[in-house]
Design a protein around this ligand. Structure first.
Ligand SMILES: Nc1ncnc2c1ncn2[C@@H]1O[C@H](COP(=O)(O)OP(=O)(O)O)[C@@H](O)[C@H]1O
Ligand SMILES: [Mg+2]
Length: 363
């Protein structure tokens, strides 16, 4: 997919303030506030049922919130207190669903052109706008093909072409890649990111896939039970989850209950069995867990400073890397690294974690 002719998008920011959405008795979204900056991707990440789709539908105008305010490109499109609730077609955005919503009885071209008039594109411009967006997603050559005769990835591109046609400025995507196979998902997320950057689109992207969220986003908001548990840059969420829930969700495999203390100006975590880990960042109030990623665990076959004994109970190949499983008393530790001939199952090993890779969360 090549975006050689960027159409000047409006790059509008989207701001949500204290948004509450109920489905009958279910409070699906509870007073959340978050912004997508103009030209950036905000991703709502969280497990099924946490309120991602409901939030997206409320922004699109497909769900009426109970409370709060939504502005798009500086314009208030919803305000519960002010009685403002613009219909979806007047919000200047488009939405891609998980199911693509491709019309099977139409050609690729018709799928993109259909609906453009409703979005205010002049009849005389319909054809060129539709062809331009098909060109942007690399489907120009297939314009006249029946939509049913496309692969899953091509259908997803049609949905993408349809959403960017007519230059909406803001696009909303609800798990758009979840129906594709793993390899195609990886390729499409890179293509989407490239297109979004080239067009300067503001996007709000919903996924339950943490890796997809980290790769695609300028800002990630991790949701749980209708609230935002943590929001920040992809790197910030990956490296410094603020809570145990976020740490688990973004794949921090080692989350171990510990006694945390401040000792001579540094934070330390004492694990059952006596291992003492220096940590970066502060200790939480109350019970704590020390967290570190398997990739940051160093393994040695000889004792060394700051290293603790354990038994290597399993070494499982994951393709390029090996996942190591260690036991030390009641502790289980996961490590990950390149294959090593000196690390056989049953070996006595010494593990350590650099302080910058260790942090504490409330237990
Ligand atoms: N139409 C609906 N009627 C009743 N409850 C709903 C409806 N849609 C979603 N919910 C409930 O609202 C909560 C949030 O759902 P949803 O926004 O779809 O979550 P997600 O997209 O994160 O999986 C869930 O508890 C879900 O069961
Ligand atoms: Mg959903």
């Amino acid at each position: 997919m090549t975006a050689t002719r960027p159409i000047a998008a409006r790059r509008g920011p989207v701001t949500i303030e204290a948004l509450t959405v109920a489905h009958g008795m279910v409070l699906a979204v509870r007073a959340i506030s978050i912004s997508a900056r103009g030209g950036e991707v905000l991703t709502l990440l969280g497990p099924s049922g946490c309120g991602k789709t409901t939030t997206l539908r409320a922004i699109a105008g497909l769900e009426e919130p109970q409370e709060g305010r939504i502005t798009i490109d500086g314009r208030t499109v919803f305000d519960a207190a002010g009685g403002i609730n613009l219909p979806p077609e007047r919000r200047g955005l488009s939405m891609i669903f998980q199911s693509y919503a491709i019309w099977p009885h139409m050609t690729v071209f018709e799928n993109v052109a259909f609906g453009l008039r409703a979005r205010g594109i002049r009849r005389s411009d319909l054809s060129s706008v539709a062809r331009q967006s098909l060109d942007l997603v690399g489907l120009a050559a297939l314009a006249d093909r029946p939509a049913t005769r496309l692969s899953g990835g091509q259908q997803q591109r049609v949905a993408l072409a349809r959403s960017i046609a007519g230059n909406p400025g803001v696009i909303l995507l609800d798990e758009p890649l979840s129906n594709l196979d793993a390899q195609l998902r990886l390729a499409m997320r890179t293509e989407f990111r490239e297109l979004q950057r080239n067009l300067g689109l503001t996007a709000i992207y919903v996924t339950h896939d943490q890796e997809e969220a980290l790769v695609l986003s300028d800002c990630v908001a991790v949701m749980r039970d209708g609230v935002i548990e943590q929001a920040g840059t992809a790197a910030g969420i990956h490296d410094r989850p603020a809570t145990r829930f976020v740490a688990e969700f973004v794949g921090v495999r080692n989350i171990l209950p510990c006694d945390a203390a401040e000792e001579s100006g540094r934070t330390v975590a004492r694990l059952p069995g006596g291992a003492l880990l220096a940590c970066s960042g502060p200790a939480p109030d109350g019970p704590a867990c020390v967290c570190f990623r398997p990739i940051n665990v160093r393994l040695a076959t000889q004792p060394g400073p700051g290293a603790f004994p354990a038994t290597l109970t399993a070494a499982n190949y994951l393709g390029d890397l090996v996942q190591y499983h260690l036991h030390a008393g009641e502790l289980t530790i996961w490590a990950r690294g390149l294959p090593r001939s000196d690390l056989a199952e049953g070996a006595a090993v010494f593990w350590s974690v650099p302080p910058e890779a260790c942090f504490l969360v409330a237990a």
